[in-house]
Write a protein that binds this ligand. Sequence first.
Ligand code: EPZ
Length: 421
Amino acid sequence: MDCYRLSLRGEVPLHGETYVSGGKNTSLAVIPAVLLSDEPCTIENLPDIEDVHVLYRILLRIGAKVDYTPEEKKMVIDPRTVHTTVVPFAFSQQMRASYYMMGALFGRYGEAEVGYPGGCDIGSRPIDQHIKGFSLLGGEITDENGMIKVKGSLFGTVVNFDMITVGGTINVMLAASRAQGNTILMNAAKEPHVVDVANLLNSMGASIRGAGTDTIRIRGASHLHGTTYTVIPDQIETGTLMIAAAATRGDVLIRGCIPTHMEALTAKLLEMGVFVNNQDDMIRVRINKGHRAIKLSTQEYPGFPTDLQQPMSAMLTRAGGHSEVIENIFDSRFKHLDEMRRMGAKVTISGKTAYIEGVPELRGAPVTATDLRGGAALVIAGLMAKGITEVYSPEFIDRGYEHLERKLAALGADMRREKVE
Ligand code: EPZ
């Protein structure tokens, strides 16, 4: 397979208008959710990213009829031809969120067998809460040869999550939507894409109330019908573009976003001296001088999102003063900062806190992405740095951002994708 790198020359303020693509994390749940329907469904505004392509291949592998046009951001899925509830390890290990196939197949067919999702470079990522929910719904769980199997008749229940888990909340909601009787999810995650998945299911005839709060009530349905559904814009891409605009001391209008999803980031950018103006489905971000240091602590929604911790910590390497970044959600999400030391960043990490001493200038350097949001953080560091930065392993970025370098170049960034000899 050919290797590429992103090559960028920094210190160019971003200017102009850009747009936000459909949400990655919502799409990775909405696409499997369609398997709960007894009729074909159309999903629109899907981002053209590698993780969606992986899900497309998984749907074909289990026998669904899928008409997918990436450039039209649309997938028409007919689940009536599904002929197996087994997702082979070779497919499920390509993407952690393939765990949603478990909730969807178990909910629709009473059984599912999916490869145990791997951890990744942001720490261990168990799915014990997903399993707890499936078991309480009536599933018998077996775990052999790296595959998880869940089988049984689903009956409504009460699931009180031991910690707030986005994946666990959504996965159990998927299965419960086809259970006999009512289910209550307590200590549920409140992320925008939890609400988006509930809205999709309700458009298919489900009865889900309370999504977006910590208690979700689901009345199981014996039948769910087809629908046409448009996924919400990507909250994390929106935030990444906001941070890129501010980090380069630019002036950017971001269209097609949902400002109310961005309140935690907006509050921090204002604290840093950045101007942020919200207008309907647009956010304008601008600053023409240096930004202040802050203290930042990641929390579940509506707190500051862990997925924006890495891009934000890149921006803080050039803040005026000492910043503290506390990562409460994952146990090792600072690897990108190790790379940034090579660019002149002054960072010390102790436990779940990164202490960042802002420097007046970063210097371009060759760096390597090790995960999706860390890769985006390295791009932001490169946009700030003097000289050339080469970001290797950009395929991590391609998993979750639709044409990021194209969007940034359209805003004036001097960057391109190069083949590595
Ligand atoms: C989702 O991951 C997102 N991924 C992540 O985005 C995001 O960082 C995370 O939610 C938090 O917002 C998708 O939606 C595909 P969790 P998920 O379950 O569902 C622990 C990105 O960059 N936990 O909310 O896996 C877990 O280890 C990705 O787009 C358990 O212990 O996150 C973590 O420490 C990265 N047991 C914490 O809870 C469980 O059963 C939060 O995990 C489940 C989770």
